[in-house]
Design a protein around this ligand. Structure first.
Ligand SMILES: [Zn+2]
Length: 312
């Protein structure tokens, strides 16, 4: 009994603490469970955030790559002086300009010739020049004047396109070719000069497409002929452009009128002994004899191991 008395309350006590323990346990389980659940939720949230971040970065990288690809595509469309598939015929015009300015006509033992035609395009002589160049599979550089292209209308513009499409180089020879306007008192007026050349640049873009530009110019009358050209030289240098004169000519624009044989003779005579030849000719109105002389001139350079290059 005593024991009972002793144990009974203890028993009672024991059953009470068991309940408490159970409640506690339940609490632990419930709260623990909640904790586990909330920890799990947190874990998944974090994982989701990481995944979202990864996805975002992936998409960002994709967009950047796409942007770069488009930029590359865009870059490929740009043409400087020549079609991109005709770059293999072209030569750095800045280097040629430097060589001409220092009267250095050497080229490491390799002969190169630049056939250049000024004052076109004309609807009379240019088609013949293009035909002969094609027939002989050689490339040339056309220093065109805007005014003459405008004068020749759609036909002249088509010839300009043909020049580019046939792998030749197109360069700017001013709009007006007007000495008084470009060089009043024989001295360069840079603003007038640049405005005049820009007009032709715009026409070239209108005709050949917005991706076309040229960094090669030829000063009407020749860079060598005028005063105050330092201002132009600074401008050209700043813009990575080149002004190209010549070191040989067929003399189709000076002295008395010559026939095809005489023109070829002049071209050959002025080319002799030069590894690098920049030959001045004209494909404008009235220069039919220039076209007629061309096969003979091309033959001379071929026979003498010259490679035909364009200025770009
Ligand atoms: Zn000219």
């Amino acid at each position: 009994m005593k024991n009972n008395n002793i144990f009974s309350p203890k028993k009672k006590k024991s059953s009470g603490s068991k309940k408490a323990l159970t409640v506690l346990m339940a609490c632990v389980i419930v709260f623990g469970g909640v904790k586990v659940v909330s920890a799990t939720t947190q874990f998944f949230k974090e994982q989701q955030a990481i995944k979202l971040e990864e996805k975002r970065k992936e998409e960002e990288a994709k967009a950047l790559a796409e942007k770069k690809r488009k930029e590359e595509e865009e870059k490929k469309k740009y043409m400087v002086g020549v079609r991109n598939d005709a770059k293999k015929y072209s030569y750095d015009a800045v280097k040629v300009a430097e060589k001409l300015a220092s009267f250095d006509y050497s080229n490491n033992g390799e002969k190169i010739v630049f056939l250049t035609f000024d004052d076109g395009t004309s609807t009379t002589v240019t088609p013949e020049v293009l035909r002969i160049l094609k027939e002989n599979d050689v490339k040339a550089t056309f220093f065109v004047t805007g005014e003459n292209i405008e004068r020749g209308g759609e036909k002249a513009k088509d010839l300009l396109k043909e020049e580019l499409n046939n792998g030749h180089a197109i360069a700017n020879h001013s709009w007006s070719h007007d000495y008084k306007k470009l060089y009043p008192n024989r001295t360069l007026d840079l603003d007038a000069f640049l405005a005049d050349f820009k007009k032709t640049d715009d026409l070239l873009k209108d005709t050949l497409g917005k991706y076309f530009s040229t960094r090669v110019i030829r000063c009407p009358g020749g860079h060598m002929s005028w005063r105050g050209m330092d201002a132009l030289d600074s401008y050209l240098e700043e813009n990575n452009m080149a002004s190209i004169d010549w070191n040989a000519l067929n003399k189709d624009a000076e002295g008395r009128k010559k026939n095809a044989d005489q023109l070829a003779e002049e071209a050959i005579k002025t080319s002799e002994g030069k590894e690098m030849v920049v030959l001045l000719m004209h494909d404008t109105y009235g220069k039919e004899e220039t076209a007629k002389a061309l096969p003979k001139i091309i033959k001379y350079y071929k026979d003498n191991g010259y490679e035909f290059k364009t200025l770009a």
